[in-house]
Design a protein around this ligand. Sequence first.
Ligand code: F6R
Length: 613
Amino acid sequence: MCGIVAYIGYREASPIILNGLKRLEYRGYDSAGIALLTTEKDLKIYKKSGKVSELEEVIKGKNLEAKTGMGHTRWATHGEPNDINAHPHLSGSGEFAIIHNGIIENYASLKLALIKRGHEFKSETDTEVLIHLIEEVYKNNNVGFEEAVRMALTQVIGAYAIVILSKKDPDYLIGAKKGSPMVIGIGENEHFIASDASPFVEFTKNVVYLNDGEIAIIDGTKLTIKTIDNTIKTPYIQELEISLESIEKGGYEHFMLKEIFEQSRSILDSFRGRTHINDGTITMAGVDKFEDKLKNVKRIIIVGCGTSWHAGLVGEYLLEDFARIPVEVEYASEFRYRNPVLDENDFVIAISQSGETADTLAALELAKSKGATIFGICNVVGSSIPRFTDAGAYTHAGPEIGVASTKAFTAQVTALILMALSIAKKKGTISSQRLRELLIEMETLPAKVEKTLQSDKLIIEIANEFKDSKNALYLGRGYGFPVALEGALKLKEISYIHAEGYPAAEMKHGPIALIDAEMPVVVIATKHSYYEKVVSNIQEVRARKGRVIAIATEGDKEISNYADHVIYIPSCEESMLPLLATIPLQLLSYHIAVLRECNVDQPRNLAKSVTVE
Ligand code: F6R
């Protein structure tokens, strides 16, 4: 969480930083701040609780001229979101300024020791402790700026992506990374540092992803990368794949709506080039690399958080159905702190849109330490998980900016379908004919997604009816169960209505007690293997006066006898149901949240990239 951006070069720094902060706001929006370093060695800092737009009000009319600067958008961890706790933070003398994404775990003991040595702190943050420490090392050891940062970091335990400015060295920008993401953009005679590449995508496509334990020193126009123990590294320059259009709203009112409507394309992009209908094969380099292992593996463990965990549940059904491999799906946060039984025979798949989720990364580290093969299904290219894993598959959903995950989920499911089918083919647990049928079905999905999206107007009407509900229940069976969980998560996170997803048959073991005329119950009731059973569950809801919104298969007239509202989706293979059935639930949450005047793209208390435990 928290977004950082910094610039050094020949352009005015402030517009680049403020624009960059807006693009990084998905990472946290509790406060925003900017530091500008002029060539006259003047360090100007402005910060404000709330969003970047509030910071803009504060700086209106001020002289912001500077060619070097940095900015921060905060997701509060240590200390409430107020002006004082906002970054940047200054050292005791005001010589140094820092921005930070991450958590300094030993900040309390460092702070105590610094207080004993006479330091006074203004904020409650762990970050301010770090900049005081850097200054103390600088003064006591009579070393240069770069050396002071390096030496101070050897005393720090925790995660950080930091940028530091020094009044005495206005031509310098220093960044360092451990556990939190940092990318450096290399332009002609200018450099950018940021949490992801979105702040500088229109300026350069050449980037270096800093590795853990590395420090970037930009001295004027020269970039040097060193490790904390002072070994010089050769920067590995990569070319960016994202474009400016992909991170703008493109005429939609919110990023979330744009991303929901992008799903026919993002699903297509996630299978394009990987499926070959003519010869009935699937190319997934990461899966092919471990062909022998996957043919014989005794179980697969999937780890993830939130929506990615829901995709993992779909993955469990797919891998069991097609590849006949037992699968366990684990919350990464639980898995990492248990003492899981793991060894070199295990195959662990991490699912993550951002590729940065701290718990998911830690679960992988644990699995790797036990000798398991680790595989990533991620969306953000070059992020920490893909760089840490033995192999993986990118989802190609494109940048997802809305904090609530939508197109990333369907892209993850697409990748999991391909993975399950590819392993099934290698193992011989699927016939060539069945595989071809499924690949042909896959080709029809983008058009079916388009058709599903046409229910938008009907969904707005339904949203109007239910916008003031206090609670909602989502029910599904089989592949419809993870869809129900995902629908409930979407509603609660962006509209703040309490919602629960349940396996439809579990309803009678408790949740049925909640049902009355006030309770909307969304049921995945498509014409698949469980259809009759789910219809019985709907009757049970209706008998208690619950109000039913059914997601049903086109052409199923019968269902309207039981449900208050029916949203139809095109008929599809059961295993591909989550790709279509999730979409009306995303739209329902979106419209309810808009009608309740909630901040859809940046729901309260949330952040897109959860880089803290
Ligand atoms: C929900 C949502 C979160 C994320 C979760 C994991 O809409 O976005 O639940 O799914 O924080 O994030 P990633 O996928 O980046 O690991």
